[in-house]
Write a protein that binds this ligand. Structure first.
Ligand SMILES: Cc1ncc(COP(=O)(O)O)c(C=O)c1O
Length: 400
């Protein structure tokens, strides 16, 4: 049990009165952070293996990001997309230089990026055949909380109570090309997938899955939309997870790690597809504002080959240590993931373990009742990984 300090108690009470009850929050109030460490209102330090759910890729309060924010805030914050701004153009150039895409639309979150992708896919598909509007996504997927994205999400719990849901969304089992092939109809516009299902339990598909899906999309003239909101921007050890599958999508969505903690989302596409987004078809008032884009550009420029190689090395180190721990206890059923996105299936409730980890100064998240997820900052050190695994070992009762 965490014993709440006076400061935390005060803020939790005040928050409970004025904040809507839509989050199941832990009784923790954080006031500052540095690297992989967060400090609570009562001055306790925690090792952060959540990173704002795969967001703080450069750790907390990265100096370069802080400088970029200060510099941009002192010159230009917002001007609207009625005009051009330079950081937006530079960030779009960086993203297109480093991906399959030629053009970018900016927004503020993952759900917004996917909402834009769904609209673009439908609009483009109608140029092939006016009856095409259906989007096939995967069971167990997660694509966001707007009405369209929660309908694309293949988990009933996110949809309950919000019916009637928009039409034109179908779900098939993940990692099953045969099921996908059967679901394609003359009305299918696009296939929307996460390369690795994040919220669905860090599910890594078979190595040929995306290649086969790509072939199927090509054969049927369908768009392949990849949601890399969680896997993108270095999280899995390459800039984008699709690179590891040796394919390219037609549309890609990003958010989370792109801004490293500053809200920004992006949808990337080839020029031929993007061309249907003519003036008036879509917009976001804050999308691509100079502040968000200059921060995201600072984060993006850190994603050098040597940085990504280090993410792979740290990911391997974490994975190896967790597999070693698995060999010492029957409580770990499976360790899954890529890079620094790791899921650990337990034979006991994940929440119980997370609370015990809090008591020992380690922050973890969960994706379901029995799956703990580790998503440290991409800048995490070997020593911090060892510390986290050692605490995890203690809370599992392997180490006295
Ligand atoms: C794969 C994926 N897509 C979309 C989203 C939604 O992103 P946001 O919460 O920024 O709207 C998430 C969030 O967890 C996600 O993991």
């Amino acid at each position: 049990m965490v014993l709440l300090g006076k400061q935390s108690q005060k803020w939790i009470k005040r928050g409970g009165r004025v904040l809507m009850p839509n989050y199941a929050r832990f009784p923790l109030v954080f006031t500052k952070g540095r690297g992989a460490i967060l400090v609570s209102a009562d001055n306790s330090a925690y090792l952060d293996f959540v990173s704002g759910i795969a967001v703080n890729s450069l750790g907390h309060c990265n100096k370069g990001m802080a400088r970029a924010i200060q510099k941009q805030a002192a010159s230009l914050l917002h001007i609207s997309n009625l005009y051009y701004n330079i950081p937006q153009i530079e960030l779009a150039e960086w993203l297109t230089d480093h991906s399959f895409a030629n053009q970018v639309f900016f927004c503020n979150s993952g759900a917004e990026a996917n909402e834009a992708a769904i609209k673009l896919a439908r609009l483009f598909a109608k140029t092939i055949n006016p009856n095409r509007f259906e989007i096939i996504s995967a069971e167990n997927s997660f694509h966001g909380r707007t009405l369209a994205t929660l309908t694309a999400t293949g988990q009933k719990k996110y949809q309950e109570g919000f019916e009637p849901l928009p039409k034109g969304f179908l779900h098939v089992p993940f990692d099953d090309v045969g099921a996908l092939e059967k679901a394609i109809t003359p009305n299918t516009a696009a296939v929307l997938l996460e390369p690795i299902q994040g919220e669905g339990g860090v599910r890594v598909p078979k190595s040929n899955y995306l290649t086969e899906v790509r072939k199927l999309c090509d054969k049927n003239n369908l768009l392949l939309v990849l949601d890399e909101v969680q896997t993108g921007m270095g999280r899995t050890g390459t800039l984008f997870a699709y690179e590891q599958a040796g394919i390219t999508p037609d549309i890609l969505t990003l958010a989370k790690g792109l801004g490293g903690g500053f809200p920004i989302g992006a949808m990337l596409a080839r020029q031929k597809i993007a061309a249907v987004f003519t003036p008036g078809k879509h917009a976001a008032t804050f999308g691509g504002n100079p502040l968000a884009c200059s921060v995201a550009l600072t984060v993006s420029k850190q994603m050098t080959p040597s940085f990504l190689k280090r993410v792979q090395d740290m990911g391997n180190h974490l994975f190896k240590n967790l597999v070693l721990l698995q060999s010492k206890t029957g409580l770990i059923k499976e360790v899954r993931g890529a890079g620094l996105l790791v899921g650990i299936d337990l034979s006991l409730p994940a929440l119980e373990i997370i609370k015990k980890a809090h008591d020992k100064g380690l922050l973890l998240s969960r994706t379901s009742g029995h799956t703990v997820r580790m998503t440290p900052p991409l800048t995490v050190s070997c020593k911090e990984i060892d510390q986290a695994v050692s605490i995890f070992e203690e809370v599992l009762g392997v180490k006295a």
